[in-house]
Design a protein around this ligand. Structure first.
Ligand code: SAM
Length: 227
């Protein structure tokens, strides 16, 4: 997408929202479901009744697993696409969904024990601003879990391209072509880890799935805030 502005990104996700869940199943051969479940299962133990924020929540896939894993948690899902949020609200009860831009979050400093972000950062207009906001809203010693495409997946690219182009053809919607562009220009996990560290988020664990096609980073905010 040329000139990736927030308005263009929001319009794109509003447009693809009705097909989003179905297309994820097709593109990933359903594996995204197991990966998301495993990523949440692997999050370290949190304090009792934790406050959790799922950024770029979309239709709420991560929220679903967070609810199962952290009983008594206060969970908020945030996204700037009204159409994605409509679906999330319909699917997941007992979760607060907030219309919010992750580059300028409407939350106080140090308010969450855990922030998650799955396949979201790549779509934002500024990775650094989004990461700075994650750090700002995390409590000292709070956790940040990030999931997205990795880079060690050259051999999978060809088939991935073919599936996405097939979806674009069948649904007569070119929006998904953007996915290919955003995937190719997204930093590799090693670079992301450096970026997180530069913002005071230390990666304590990295998990690669499907031989690196997908990668998760588990980070912790340093106890002493150096904002
Ligand atoms: C690919 S979807 C990921 C949804 C979900 N987290 C998942 O793993 O399936 C990306 C989501 O990020 C949202 N998004 C992109 N940029 C955003 C921003 N600046 N602020 C809030 N949401 C944003 C989009 O509206 C979309 O719902």
């Amino acid at each position: 997408m040329k000139n990736k502005t927030p308005e263009k990104i929001r319009a794109l996700f509003n447009q693809i929202a009705p097909h989003y869940d179905q297309n994820n199943d097709i593109i990933s051969f359903f594996t995204h479901r197991l990966i998301k479940q495993h990523v949440v299962k692997s999050i370290p133990q949190l304090p009792p009744e934790p406050k959790i924020l799922d950024l770029c929540t979309g239709t709420g896939d991560i929220v679903k697993h967070l609810k199962r894993r952290f009983h008594g948690a206060q969970i908020t899902g945030a996204d700037f696409s009204t159409e994605m949020l409509k679906i999330a609200r319909r699917k997941h009860h007992g979760v607060k969904f907030v219309h919010a831009d992750c580059l300028k979050l409407p939350f106080a400093d140090e308010s969450f024990d855990l922030v998650t972000m799955s396949f979201g950062l790549r779509n934002t207009a500024s990775y650094t601003r989004a990461i700075a906001e994650v750090k700002r809203v995390l409590k000292p010693n709070g956790h940040f879990v990030h999931l997205d495409f990795g880079k060690d997946a050259k051999y999978a690219d060809e088939i991935f391209h073919k599936i996405v182009k097939f979806i674009a053809q069948v649904q007569e919607d070119e929006s998904y072509i953007y996915l290919l562009e955003s995937k190719n220009s997204f930093p590799a996990p090693e670079q992301l880890i450096e970026l997180f560290a530069a913002h005071g988020l230390e990666t304590i664990e990295r998990k690669d799935y499907l031989q690196g096609i997908i990668s998760a980073q588990y980070c912790k905010k340093a106890c002493v805030s150096n904002r």
